[in-house]
Design a protein around this ligand. Structure first.
Ligand code: LLP
Length: 417
């Protein structure tokens, strides 16, 4: 359930008409609904009510500091994968003690930054990384709280690019080899073992791969316990999918119930790292039709391109396209394409699209996750504005970039002057 609904013929975000926002901020822009964000966060978090848990929102999916602040106010923590994300999370007011740091390639500078911030834990992915964390923690006079990300070799049955829990993926430590790194870590002076973590992939539409994973994790916890290694946090990652088109992923409540049942009695705190399921359907991308072209095929050319929303080009992802103002004319099959100089620049292909002409506004749905955060300046296109609606008010939470922003940091060296 989200708060993007038509009133009569016009698309509204909560109490605000989308054309009104377009007139104020120009197009394209990402538009989020605060009520939807709150609702999705709470639905997810409440699926684990009654057991010790911490929801750590996956910052990579939607990283605007206003949105992070909204989650912080609901008790949310953060799952980060870079120093930049740590910076954002802290700036937004997320408590350091609710931040977990995932990722396969953390630099020394990033590790230092996270040690200084005293985050909840590092999810480590190799014994080499363990050695660096031990070394940096010793140098800074800190004790790093750590978990190892184990790779359970479970097929998440999702797009190959976003599967992470198969043995052939670059992530984690094979679960069969993980005991060895825990033994190693136990010997180290500046490292404190606090957890076990795992993340098997994204946009999962079934609960069974999660359940298989939890079973393997439970076995592993028992092996750790037998060695006298006590775990305070079990981090099962994110990955719950959403409905883009015809998918029917489990609702958060069903997902939560299944996980809880699979976990059974557990002495540690559960950590969850949801991204998409919270923000995906809480955001849309609003774009304007520039031209239409009819040749062998019909093309609708809009002002948003693959640099603004990479998912269709990169993963062949499906996003529903709807008119911002509903017309009377029947839909027709067309490609919705952007202004980028590549044939791979499309938002939809061979689809029944709303009949639209120059100047009409279209909304690309389910764009809240991995939308703005994956956007780029390719073709020297300023990144678009982000707007947050709250009730009958809208707020620009990121202004559209300017040409000055495009060249900020660039210099012409003396020999060229
Ligand atoms: N935790 C870790 C360690 C992750 O790597 C990810 C996502 C998440 C949590 C959050 O997963 P979610 O709940 O959002 O599924 N750009 C792709 C998705 C990449 C996901 C990467 N990792 C897309 O647009 O579909």
């Amino acid at each position: 359930m989200n708060h993007f609904q038509y009133r009569d013929k016009v698309l509204f975000a909560e109490g605000v008409a989308v054309p009104e926002i377009a007139a104020a901020v120009g197009t394209p822009f990402y538009l989020y609904s605060a009520a939807t964000l709150r609702r999705h966060f709470s639905a997810f978090d409440q699926a684990f009510a009654g057991i010790a848990h911490q929801t750590c929102f996956a910052v990579k999916s939607c990283s605007n500091i206003a949105i992070l602040r909204l989650f912080a106010q609901l008790g949310g923590g953060a799952d980060i994968v870079s120093g930049g994300e740590l910076y954002r999370a802290l700036k937004a007011g997320i408590e350091p003690g609710k931040i977990v740091y995932s990722g396969v390639g953390k630099t020394e500078a990033e590790i230092d930054q996270a040690l200084a911030a005293e985050i909840l834990m590092f999810n480590l992915e190799s014994s080499q990384e363990l050695a660096v964390v031990q070394e940096r923690a010793a140098a800074l006079g800190k004790r790093a709280r750590i978990s190892f990300r184990v790779n359970p070799d479970v097929d998440p049955q999702t797009h190959a690019y976003i599967s992470t829990g198969l043995a052939k993926n670059k992530f984690g430590i094979p679960i069969a080899e993980a005991l060895a790194v825990y033994r190693q870590a136990r010997q180290l002076s500046h490292v404190e073992i606090v957890g076990v973590s795992c993340h098997i992939g994204s946009q999962l539409t079934q609960v069974s791969p999660f359940i298989d994973t939890v079973a393997k994790l439970k076995d592993f916890l028992a092996r750790l316990a037998a060695e006298g290694i006590a775990i305070r946090y079990l981090d099962i990652g994110g990955g719950l999918g959403i409905r883009y088109a015809q998918e029917s992923p489990p609702e958060p409540a069903a997902y939560g119930a299944a996980i809880r049942q699979a976990l059974g009695e557990m002495a540690c705190t559960l950590i969850l790292e949801p991204g998409r399921v919270i923000v995906g359907n809480a955001g849309i991308l609003v774009t304007k039709v520039l031209f239409t072209k009819t040749g062998q095929k019909k093309f609708i050319v809009v002002d948003a391109g693959m640099n603004d929303l990479a998912r269709p080009s990169l993963y062949d992802a499906h996003h529903e396209i709807v008119p911002v103002v509903r017309g009377e004319v029947a839909a027709e099959v067309a490609d919705l394409v952007g202004p980028i100089c590549e044939t791979g620049d499309f938002l939809a292909r061979g689809r029944e699209l709303p009949a639209a002409g120059a100047g009409d506004l279209l909304a690309v749905l389910s764009a809240g996750a991995y939308g703005f955060t994956m956007s780029s300046n390719y073709n020297s296109r300023p990144r678009v504005a982000e707007v947050l609606v709250n009730g009958d008010q809208f707020h620009q939470i990121r202004r559209r970039e300017t040409y000055e922003d495009l060249v900020r940091g660039e210099t012409i060296p003396d020999f060229l002057v």
